[in-house]
Design a protein around this ligand. Structure first.
Ligand SMILES: *Cc1c(COP(=O)(O)O)cnc(C)c1O
Length: 399
């Protein structure tokens, strides 16, 4: 037995239990999710899908799948229930990025145009970064936020009319306001584009009715399961029934091999948990705590992008302090507070430095933090920032 590996795991467990986790994309799963993910299901190969004549699929390519067939069907049924939807569900994507890869693969040809949110203002790498497959394979165009940090829906609709993109994409990793999916759906319908929503960050809020739902509006919806949904690391794809075959074959055999049945089990447990009243109470607290903390920073004189938040996270714009996001991230790491640097709208610093930090409340709310606890952390962060000197990064500013 490798004592070295288990020693690392013990050290990481210690780190997780003794630091204040404010990374907006992280959370702490339940003991049941951990048990499912650490189970014997990791041993099983099950390429293909549970056979369903209605979908015309070929079933599995391996024997011994009787149990995992039921498990995967059960997982699918629970997620339909979570989002009150009859959309088709694929629970096999290994991650949010894999889900997006498969969705594009199903809907587009290389070179097709996509209209998505600009990366510097909150979108994900898979939404067209030049270093990512999305930016390399597709013709990317970007809508932006206005001077106050809100999505500029009118400009997005105008771009859609001129570009006539094949796909319009909504969703972000660092956007603290409600996303009006209807505005995107209208632009897509008017211009004949397909409409895809990547709800990776807000999926837990959608499940608990704390954010408008994209179901009924989007043709395809992707998400991660490990952020506000508080499940194992992984992805899900939902689509209108008429796209089911294309989505399923884009996942397997298009872009993945054998599904991770231990993770699918974890996803099923997470869905069961998301269906409980306790989950709704939890998500409600996540949003209330995010508001409380953002308001506290505003009261202390900090600039919060858009002036506040509607969801589980917000961005602090440090431009006026002269501090970089990198500097703040590192200083807080040393003080046991974990968050990440993030570009802010109009940022003049590189993504390696940034002029902002992203703060999320999903993880520590799971740990039982109240609004008062989050306000106290805001003051600890303020005290730490006061000890930092902006002068040292004059050079970075030019870089
Ligand atoms: C986190 C995230 C992803 C990617 O998830 P991974 O599981 O890390 O690949 C995709 N889209 C958005 C909007 C995200 O926030």
């Amino acid at each position: 037995m490798s004592s070295r590996v288990f020693d690392y795991i013990a050290q990481e467990e210690q780190r997780q239990q003794t630091t204040v986790e404010l990374i907006a994309s992280e959370n702490f799963v339940s003991a049941d999710v951990l048990r499912a993910v650490g189970s014997c299901l990791t041993n099983k190969y099950s390429e293909g899908y549970p056979a369903r004549r209605a979908l015309g699929n070929q079933g599995r390519y391996y024997g011994g799948c009787a149990v995992v067939d039921q498990l995967e069907e059960y997982c699918i049924a629970r997620w339909k229930e979570v989002f009150h939807t009859d959309y088709h569900v694929n629970v096999q994507p290994h991650s949010g990025s894999s889900a997006n890869l498969a969705a594009y693969f199903a809907l587009l040809q290389p070179g097709d145009s996509i209209l998505s949110m600009s990366l510097s203002n909150g979108a994900h790498l898979t939404h067209g970064s030049p270093v990512n497959f999305s930016g390399k394979l597709y013709d990317m165009h970007f809508y932006d936020v206005d001077e106050n940090g809100f999505i500029d829906y009118d400009a997005m609709a105008r771009m859609a009319r001129t570009l006539r993109p094949k796909l319009i994409l909504a969703g972000a990793s660092a956007y603290s306001r409600i996303i009006d999916y209807r505005r995107f759906a209208d632009a897509a319908r008017e211009t004949g584009a397909l409409f895809m929503v990547d709800m990776a960050h807000v999926a837990g809020l959608v499940a608990a009715d704390e954010h408008p739902s994209p179901f009924g509006l989007a043709d395809v919806i992707t998400t991660t399961t490990h952020k506000t949904l508080r499940g194992p690391r992984g992805g899900l794809i939902f689509c209108r029934p008429e796209l089911a075959k294309r989505i399923d074959s884009a996942v397997f055999p298009g872009t993945q091999g054998g599904p991770l049945q231990h993770v699918i089990a974890g996803k099923a447990v997470a869905a069961e948990e998301a269906l409980t009243p306790a989950f709704r109470t939890y998500i409600h607290a996540v949003v209330a705590n995010s508001r409380a903390m953002a308001d506290e920073f505003t009261a202390m004189g900090y600039k919060v992008v858009t002036g506040g938040t509607d969801n589980h996270m917000f961005l602090l714009d440090l431009t006026d302090t002269g501090l970089t996001g990198k500097q703040v991230q590192e200083a807080l790491d040393g003080a046991g507070i974990t968050l990440n640097k993030n570009c802010v709208p109009g940022d003049r610093r590189s993504p390696f430095q940034t002029s902002g930090v992203r703060i999320g409340t999903a993880a520590m709310t799971t740990r039982g933090y109240t609004a008062e606890d989050f306000r106290r952390v805001a003051h600890r962060i303020d005290a730490m920032l006061r000890t930092l000197s902006p002068a040292e990064n004059a050079a970075d500013k030019r870089a």
